[in-house]
Write a protein that binds this ligand. Sequence first.
Ligand code: ATP
Length: 270
Amino acid sequence: MWEFVQKHWNHAVEILLLAVLLYQGYRFLRATRGARILTGLLVLLLGLALVSQLLKLEVITWLLKGFVTFFAIALVVIFQPELRRLLAELGSHRFFSFNGSEEASLDNLIEAMVQLSHRRCGALFAIQRGIELKPFAESGVSLDAKISTELIGTIFHPKTPLHDGGMVVDQGRIVAAGCVFPVSQKDLPDRSIGLRHRAGLGITEETDAVALVVSEETGALSLCHKGKLEHNLEPDELRERLQRILVYGEDDNTRNESESGKAEEARSSA
Ligand SMILES: Nc1ncnc2c1ncn2[C@@H]1O[C@H](COP(=O)(O)OP(=O)(O)OP(=O)(O)O)[C@@H](O)[C@H]1O
């Protein structure tokens, strides 16, 4: 027995490492647009490999070997946004966009969202963290103004030219408004979720920003982080989640979709 362990312990380590890598890769990619394409490609390749081995089809086996290089390049193309975010996160140095003294701005921002929600005015915010949002800010109108409930309320008033599009926020200041964010192509279970929420998701798929959304239709407040939507949050929940992410740097998406669903039910029955 001991001899067997001595002989094979390195294989066990290898299997463990590969299992962890595959599982982490699966967790990172499962909710992405490319996941289905990847699953389809893998099923096709494995099926072909099996058939060609069983029937000893030499040409197909040879073609499949050559296909491995193409497959590696295809992976980079399919998962380009996710890889870009991952690499940018690794290289980023600043993690929090709000420090203690800027928590007041966070309160003003949430208060503005609550007021917009009551007035059923749609709004979209992206809070910059480690990765620069400059390219997105440049698609809108540069502002550089201190966050205030009144200013945000005015900008997202439906009769103003800047209400359309998203607002970029950094270090307690409004950097720009009327900005165009990338739109997520993710499959979402709720078909009523439209472009505003998809743009909130999109910017968090490509960067480490946190996006906040006020729904024009329902007044629901939502938070997007790392390509995940936490829909229909109560203002206190939103404040707590934002503080966890921005002030304490906790990155977990602790509130899952079933909890969002329950909150939604509670809201509609109230
Ligand atoms: N790429 C984008 N970047 C920033 N803002 C966008 C983008 N695409 C759409 N929007 C904003 O979303 C608005 C359209 O929202 P839409 O009704 O499709 O979304 P929704 O997610 O259903 O939100 P709501 O619940 O507010 O209706 C547009 O008027 C525009 O202000």
